[in-house]
Design a protein around this ligand. Sequence first.
Ligand SMILES: *[C@@H]1O[C@H](CO)[C@@H](O)[C@H](O)[C@H]1NC(C)=O
Ligand SMILES: *[C@@H]1O[C@H](CO)[C@@H](O)[C@H](O)[C@H]1NC(C)=O
Ligand SMILES: *[C@@H]1O[C@H](CO)[C@@H](O)[C@H](O)[C@H]1NC(C)=O
Ligand SMILES: *[C@@H]1O[C@H](CO)[C@@H](O)[C@H](O)[C@H]1NC(C)=O
Ligand SMILES: *[C@@H]1O[C@H](CO)[C@@H](O)[C@H](O)[C@H]1NC(C)=O
Length: 424
Amino acid sequence: MQLPVLTILLGLIAASASTQYTSPSPNPVAGTAGPNIAQAASSSVSGAYSPNTSNILPAWNGFIQAYGTKLADASCKLFPVNGPNTWSWVEIAAGVAAPPAGLPANTDAIEFTMAEAAQNGQTTVRIQAYGLNPTFPLQTKPGVYNEAAWRSIDYILATAAKYRVKVIYTIANNWVNTDGPMTYVEWATGTNNTDLFFSNPTALQLYQNHLNATANRVNSITGVVYKNDPTIFSWDLLNEPRCTCYPSQTTNIAALPPSCQPSCADSITAWTGSNGHYMRAIDPNHQVLVGNEGFWGFNSPLKSNDPSPSNNWAALTGQDFTAQNSFQNITTAAFHYWPDTWGDNTTAFETQWLGSHDSAATALGKPLVLEEFGKATLTPSVSDAVRTAQRLPIFNQPFLHVPTNELAQLVDCPFAEDAAPAGF
Ligand SMILES: *[C@@H]1O[C@H](CO)[C@@H](O)[C@H](O)[C@H]1NC(C)=O
Ligand SMILES: *[C@@H]1O[C@H](CO)[C@@H](O)[C@H](O)[C@H]1NC(C)=O
Ligand SMILES: *[C@@H]1O[C@H](CO)[C@@H](O)[C@H](O)[C@H]1NC(C)=O
Ligand SMILES: *[C@@H]1O[C@H](CO)[C@@H](O)[C@H](O)[C@H]1NC(C)=O
Ligand SMILES: *[C@@H]1O[C@H](CO)[C@@H](O)[C@H](O)[C@H]1NC(C)=O
């Protein structure tokens, strides 16, 4: 039995509108993020890297919106979400963390990633927009900000705009204390009971103040207010919200401590609805995503689709994919897939995991984004070819079950007659 562990947030975003796990990229490995993007790229790039700034994505018209299960721009041009998931960029951009090993010499990791994404037809980069390093928080005290950290995020957004890459902007992370649930709970209650993040009114207020500060941030490079910036595709409210207890047992649920009770999901569900509503009230332009792995709760009829459903660890995390994506102001559903840390690396489980979320999102009438996934390689020092061979069985399903020409497709949205999409 494998308990869930901190998932390493380096993976590919694949994406989908309903049944399409989208990637126009011909080579799944080219989009791998973090240390792997350097590995994948360094075999084809040597010497100092100088991005070809002519290789940018086609222009999108305005904000990306949800039209039923599809995502499209204001000209009804279908928007396929795909690209790398990144880590430590707030610190890397500020020079307080080293970039991933293996980048070509004199290379800015952020510009490199944006340029590589654009050149591979990848539309979206997911960022972690908070302090991973406790010595470099974005918010140092309630309402007091570290301007250097904001400028990192400004730079990331400005660089994305340069290549017309869009950004999934993750506001906080359940696994990271800095700028995360632990910090808000300490500020609000003086305790470190992080489960209170989902129920304490003061913690909620402090977090919503941060949502407001984020939406109203004026980018110091582009001058664009974040809530008006079409470079941002979506907000992720909190990466992988969970209650703190993940027991592995099938019996005696009633005897478990409060954080292990099925009702734990109720507070996360209410928190999700409240913050989706709050964010869309101040910023109706952007998609709002929860950020969860997508487990179904203990009382959900869909619980059998969870990893290792018989021991309940996933069902008792407090997540419930259907309930937590059901709110009007959670505008796009999203989920993760980590075959190694979840203890089931079979393609049978993968098929079920992808398919069950596809069906559930379709039933909710929402687009679906697989915003994190990855597959560990068994021997990390192997060649690209061996790494690719090890990953392909798992990568195939998200990446190959897609049409290759989505960038040019139109979606049936209310003003489709007026659409004059740019070619690609
Ligand atoms: C840069 O990209 C453009 C557009 O793809 C291409 O026409 C041009 O040749 C490239 N320049 C270099 C130096 O590779
Ligand atoms: C949380 O607080 C308790 C009680 O003060 C303490 O024993 C424990 O070490 C703290 N845990 C963390 C993760 O800080
Ligand atoms: C949100 O932020 C704006 C701009 O900083 C500020 O004027 C406004 O008072 C804030 N609203 C709330 C409810 O905090
Ligand atoms: C969603 O948010 C909007 C604000 O943008 C608000 O008017 C609406 O009532 C919210 N919907 C629900 C169901 O809360
Ligand atoms: C899949 O999981 C099994 C059981 O944990 C493990 O022995 C095997 O090495 C894993 N295979 C891959 C390709 O990760």
